[in-house]
Design a protein. Structure first.
Ligand code: PEP
Ligand code: MG
Length: 887
């Protein structure tokens, strides 16, 4: 028999999969003796069964009844009892936190009779009526699917007629009036009255939570956060406690450390006389947690003790939701808190220094993605700027863009390539689409724990929230800064999510302190210190070496500063551009081998200089230089333009024989599918002397550098090899040049000759190719293109959005390796290559070399190194170590 429902006392924090994050942590807190209102959790298994069958699985209703009875016994109250009712909350809680994406229904158990009993018991008629109208509103919008607007309009109209600003100004009579209006909305919209049977309320609320797993906003959020679609959510049913019982009650959200900077000391928002949802929704402005000390010193002290206990128990920064009901503290939720990238590094190192975790654990707690975010630019500190408003620093990063006030405009403008900042009073989960495309988010309400803040941090968007001096008018598409100017839709603003500052106009941006550190400026900020310690430990931990893709001495030097152990891919094609195009033209219009050789002879010294600069920058480190890869017509004039020129010249009688020859060459070289055409090793075979000229330039440059006292380790790489025969032909020629140069120069130049593995055929026959190759470098860009049959230049814009929508893959296979398909080729080729040639050196130089998930795969299949762009080298160093730890 499957068990669908678990009491809080039965679970633990390890059971996220079964009980969801919220349920598992409620269980953990219950079991360590913290004050948690009693309750039970309906498992994710039940949700999955419900979603599969479209109805509650057999046995679930009985199990709910059983647990409900225990809960009623524990509380000494019965659900729906007209004299002494138990009220419960029904909350979603998936394995991964999905803030505000799924449904919650509070105050389940209230009806026309029990509301009176609640009023009597609490001695607070206003509370009872307010709780009932909240139930009607939540039930109406989440369970019955009515538009929230209908309830909001009734509320706004009432406030207007009573001339009050917020809901606290409404009396119990007013609220009773609202209850009647809400019941009327439900009756007229659904044709049925609001159910008075509390068990019906409960069952339908549970179903609504299950169903909310599949709302479009939840699906979008999961896609954004790469959360699996088939997990389902758990549902937590818990005795209600009331934060809205007057001045000695309230609700709050807090963190055991500052989630924005990671600095020590608790951080939180508190709202007196309110329920938890009011804090997160940013409906009223909260006060800082320190103010609770003044309002209720006993609860404050107890809360601090709980926070300390939780940190020591979880050995991590925790975030907490709590309610104080008439001076009594209740814990409603805890979890390991979300944090900014800066806070992640700082907290990890502080925990090490406090003796709570070791360096390996610190490494597990930070990600390459977070490090990448820290390498984003901030505002130029020397730039002129005037702060026009100040809110909370909710999620770091400098953002500049045009102000927009709704998601539709944000999406439309972003699609036409504009940077936008989404400005809202507060955000709701419905704003997610706008938040995804915006550079930054600015709100006038809500604290660091509001929806906007939590979601922005998760997405790595810059966010300033709770900017009280902004009067945001969504309908008029503008905001006015108190005592200052008005900003209209389309006006450019700048926000600094790290400081909470808002500026008018565009402020220039500069490198991050972490980038400055990698560039050689040690600085003395805590963040840089934490990052450098973590990365240093990563270097001691990782198995994979990290090289860089760099084509110029400048890029090579940067790669070295960022910690690259060599160059994994130096593309040589840029060396044929600019003035050298003329020489490529000479090469292709040459009428015989001698003319070709003459053109190549002119390219030789230029190439030698190119390579010398790179050997200098990478002195003592290996440099993999790839022989020319693209089809030659990429270096020649455009076919149509040249045809027109020639036609016009002929008409004028000013025929140019060079143009004619060039046009003939272009016609000869024209291809329908150049990516499948005369490129890579095929060029080397078809155009005699091209590859050998490059190899000579490489080896002569190395000889020159060595003669000057340096050391150079060239690795010559042949692109687009498909067969061992192709490679054998080229290798023989390269070896001959190698012997000649070493003889001419009288020095030994240790060097390797290897191949890219970027065609499926090469991967499949890797065992044969490995017999004569010194190394393989997986070109996963082409390998992805050729395996899927996707043109890498076109498909991402053309149809990937539709593919992503259909869930054919969760992310572009050009961005993160398709492990099942392309990865399988890499795995087989690596194994086959090593079997025949145990010394075969293996690396990857496609874009995937800098992608965290792909790096974990390359570590697992035993490659020797990954090579990525210089900027991603620190990220790869970190992820390579995490991969080694997490295997
Ligand atoms: C590759 O195909 O993965 C590769 C590194 O080569 P390029 O991107 O230059 O084709
Ligand atoms: Mg390639």
């Amino acid at each position: 028999m499957v068990t669908w429902v678990y009491d809080f006392a039965e679970g633990s924090k390890e059971q996220n999969d079964l009980l969801g994050g919220k349920g598992a942590n409620l269980a953990e807190m219950t079991n360590i003796g913290l004050p948690v209102p009693p309750g039970f959790t309906i498992s994710t298994d039940a949700c999955r069964a419900y979603l599969e069958e479209g109805s509650a699985p057999p046995g679930l209703a009985d199990e709910i009844s059983e647990h409900l009875r225990s809960l009623e016994d524990a509380m000494g109250r019965r659900l729906g009892d007209p004299d002494d009712p138990l009220l419960v909350s029904v909350r979603s809680g998936a394995k991964n936190s999905m803030p505000g994406m799924m449904d919650t229904v509070l105050n389940v158990g209230l009806n026309d009779a029990s509301v009176e009993a609640l009023a009597r018991q609490s001695g607070d008629e206003r509370l009872a009526t307010d709780s009932y109208r909240r139930l009607l509103q939540m039930y109406g919008s989440t369970v019955l699917g009515l538009e929230a607007r209908m309830f909001d309009e009734a509320m706004d109209e009432l406030k207007r007629s009573r001339d009050v600003k917020d809901d606290l100004g409404l009396t119990s009579d007013d609220l009773r009036h609202l209850v009647t209006s809400y019941q009327e909305v439900i009756r007229s919209e659904t044709g049925k009255p609001f159910p008075q049977d509390p068990r019906e309320q409960l069952d339908r609320a549970v179903q609504a939570v299950f169903d909310s797993w599949n709302t479009p906003r939840a699906v979008l959020y999961r896609r954004q956060e790469r959360i699996a679609e088939d997990l389902g959510t758990a549902v937590n049913i818990q005795a209600m406690v009331f934060g809205n019982l007057g001045a000695t009650s309230g609700s709050g959200v807090c963190f055991t450390r500052d989630p924005a900077t990671g600095s020590q000391g608790v951080y939180g928002d508190y709202l007196a006389n309110a329920q938890g949802e009011d804090v997160v929704a940013g409906i009223r402005n909260t006060v800082a947690l320190t103010d609770l000390e003044r309002l209720d010193p006993t609860s404050h002290a107890e809360l601090l003790a709980v926070m300390e206990r939780l940190e020591l128990h979880y050995l991590d920064m925790c975030d907490i939701e709590f309610t104080i009901e008439r001076g009594r503290l209740w814990m409603l939720q805890t979890r390991v808190g979300k944090r900014t990238p800066a806070a992640a590094f700082r907290i990890a190192m502080d925990f090490v220094d406090e003796g709570l975790i070791d360096m390996d654990e610190a490494l597990r707690r930070v990600t390459g993605h977070q490090l990448a975010q820290l390498m984003f630019p901030g505002f130029d500190p020397s730039a002129e700027r005037t702060v026009v408003a100040r809110g909370m620093s909710a999620s770091p990063g400098a953002a500049v863009g045009k102000a927009v006030f709704d998601s539709d405009t944000a999406v439309a403008w972003a699609e036409r390539g504009e940077d936008v900042i989404l400005v809202r009073k507060e955000t709701t989960p419905d704003d997610l689409r706008g938040m995804v495309v915006a550079r930054g988010i600015l709100t006038s309400r809500g604290g660091k724990t509001s929806h906007a803040a939590v979601v922005a941090r998760g997405m790595g968007r810059s966010c300033v929230c709770g900017t009280e001096s902004l009067d945001v008018d969504i309908a008029a598409k503008q905001f006015t800064i108190r005592g200052g100017p008005t900003v209209h839709e389309g006006d450019v603003i700048s926000i600094d999510g790290g400081t909470g500052e808002v500026f008018l106009g565009k402020i220039p941006v500069v490198d991050s302190s972490v980038v400055r550190f990698f560039e050689g400026d040690p600085g003395d900020d805590v963040l840089v210190n934490a990052v450098s310690r973590v990365v240093e430990h990563a270097d001691d931990t990782r198995r994979l070496a990290v090289r860089a893709n760099a084509d110029t001495p400048d890029d090579a030097a940067r790669a070295r500063r960022y910690g690259a152990a060599g160059i994994g891919l130096c593309r040589t094609e840029h060396m044929f551009l600019g003035e050298r195009r003329a020489l490529v033209e000479e090469l292709v219009v040459a009428s015989d081998v001698d003319e070709q050789a003459a053109a190549l002879q002119q390219l030789l010294p230029l190439q030698r200089e190119d390579f010398l600069g790179i050997f200098e920058a990478m002195d003592g480190l290996p440099v993999t230089i790839r022989l020319i890869d693209p089809p030659l017509h990429e270096f020649l004039p455009d076919f149509t333009e040249l045809s027109v020129t020639v036609a016009l010249e002929d008409e004028r009688g000013a025929t140019s024989s060079r143009h004619h020859r060039l046009l003939a060459a272009l016609t000869r070289l024209h291809e329908q599918n150049p990516m499948l055409g005369l490129r890579g090793v095929r060029l080397g075979i078809v155009i005699p002397g091209l590859f050998t000229m490059q190899a000579r330039a490489i080896l002569e440059a190395a000889a020159e550098w060595v003669a000057g006292g340096g050391s150079a380790f060239p690795e010559i790489m042949v692109p687009l090899v498909a067969s061992t025969e192709e490679f054998a032909i080229v290798r023989a020629e390269l070896e001959k040049v190698g012997r000649e140069v070493q003889e001419e120069r009288g020095v030994q130049i240790p060097h390797l000759v290897g191949t890219m593995i970027e065609l499926p055929r090469a991967a499949i026959t890797a065992g044969q190719i490995a017999e004569s190759a010194d190394f393989f470098s997986f070109g996963t860009n082409d390998l992805t293109q050729m395996t899927w049959g996707f043109s890498r230049d076109d498909v991402e814009a053309a149809f990937f959005p539709t593919y992503l929508d259909h869930g054919i893959f969760p992310v572009s296979p050009f961005e993160s390796l398709d492990i099942e398909g392309v990865g399988s080729l890499v795995r087989t080729a690596a194994a086959a290559g090593r079997e025949v040639n145990p010394g075969l050196h293996l690396g990857v130089c496609g874009e995937h070399g800098g992608d965290p998930a792909s790096i974990h795969f390359f570590d697992a299949v035993g490659l020797d190194y990954v090579s990525c762009s210089p900027f991603r080298v620190p990220v790869a160093r970190l992820e390579a170590a995490r991969a080694a730890l997490m295997q």
